[in-house]
Design a protein around this ligand. Structure first.
Ligand SMILES: [Zn+2]
Length: 301
């Protein structure tokens, strides 16, 4: 993912501190399963699209999802990239509700191809999104849902050479195109994308491309839950990520991303992106906010 930076003034959040601490300790329990999944996918090593490690990871994700009360869809495709054709796979877990409305929660599971960095394991990018989505799927299994929830694991978010032209977001561009042309276009009310949400020092971007009503709904929910320190209003920037192809096709979408991973984002796309930088609390905070946002979306007319 890539951003052009626009920093706004940072407002103090001192008022929320006491509340945040108690909310965060509950979040740690919530996030511990997500963290365990991150640990497991990191063990596959670097997981770029088309690699053997990525295929093993796909089987891991599929095995977990097939044990749950959902419909599992594998969407295999071959992407033309600057380094040649690569086999990719989007994975979708559909949890059915009573209405025909759908909320989507998505994230990518491929890691950047870094042959010159053999120890790059992408714990945060994209282990954190993979772990969170698996934990969310477990939470939703067996729940009585009003609106359906579809959980999407995108392949091919990372560029193969450089983040320019079409050399990125292969999986999300494909799915956005498919859904824009089908009945999904009317059914889907919102898409919440998560990326790099495991940093122990969690501070999400109030992302400028995202659909304003949906972004503000998420930020209001987070504030109500006591997580305002992690979801500062107005601390902006524009991120290109898997939500953009959906925005371009008229869907409402929001990106939940922390793009200050270490000082000056220095751990991003480096061998420093390791498990010890992450915390179950951070994963739990985002999981909690996503769950509550899904409930709020159900209440909307
Ligand atoms: Zn990345």
């Amino acid at each position: 993912m890539h951003r052009s930076l626009t920093q706004f003034a940072v407002l103090g959040t001192l008022l929320g501190v006491a509340c945040v601490q108690s909310a965060d300790s509950a979040a740690a329990d919530r996030g511990s399963r997500a963290m365990e999944y991150v640990r497991q996918v990191v063990e596959f090593g670097p997981r770029p699209s088309g690699s053997e490690a990525n295929k093993r990871q796909q089987q891991f994700i599929l095995e977990k999802l097939r044990a749950l009360d959902c419909e599992v869809i594998e969407d295999d495709f071959v992407a033309s990239t600057p380094i040649g054709e690569l086999e990719m796979k989007n994975i979708i877990a559909k949890f059915s509700g009573k209405t025909d409305r759908v909320s989507v929660v998505s994230g990518h599971y491929d890691t950047l191809a870094r042959p010159e960095m053999p120890n790059f394991v992408g714990a945060n990018d994209a282990g954190s999104s993979t772990g969170l989505l698996l934990a969310l799927a477990e939470d939703l299994s067996g729940e009585e849902l009003r609106d359906s929830v579809w959980i999407v694991f995108f392949d091919g978010e990372e560029s193969t050479v450089a983040w320019q032209g079409d050399d990125h977001t292969y999986g999300s561009r494909r799915l956005a195109e498919q859904w824009a042309a089908g009945p999904e276009k009317q059914r889907i009310r919102a898409l919440i994308n998560v990326d790099m949400i495991g940093d122990a020092d969690l501070r999400l971007v109030y992302e400028g491309n995202s659909t304003p009503w949906l972004r503000d709904l998420v930020w209001d929910v987070a504030t109500e839950l006591g997580y305002s320190a992690h979801f500062p209003f107005g601390e902006g920037g524009y991120i290109e990520d898997d939500h953009v192809p959906f925005l371009e096709r008229g869907f409402s979408a929001v990106d939940l991303i922390d793009f200050q991973y270490g000082m000056m984002n220095r751990h991003w796309h480096t061998e420093q992106d390791t498990l010890d930088k992450l915390s179950p609390q951070s994963l739990g905070v985002v999981l909690h906010v996503v769950r509550r946002t899904l409930e709020e979306l159900e209440k909307r007319p």
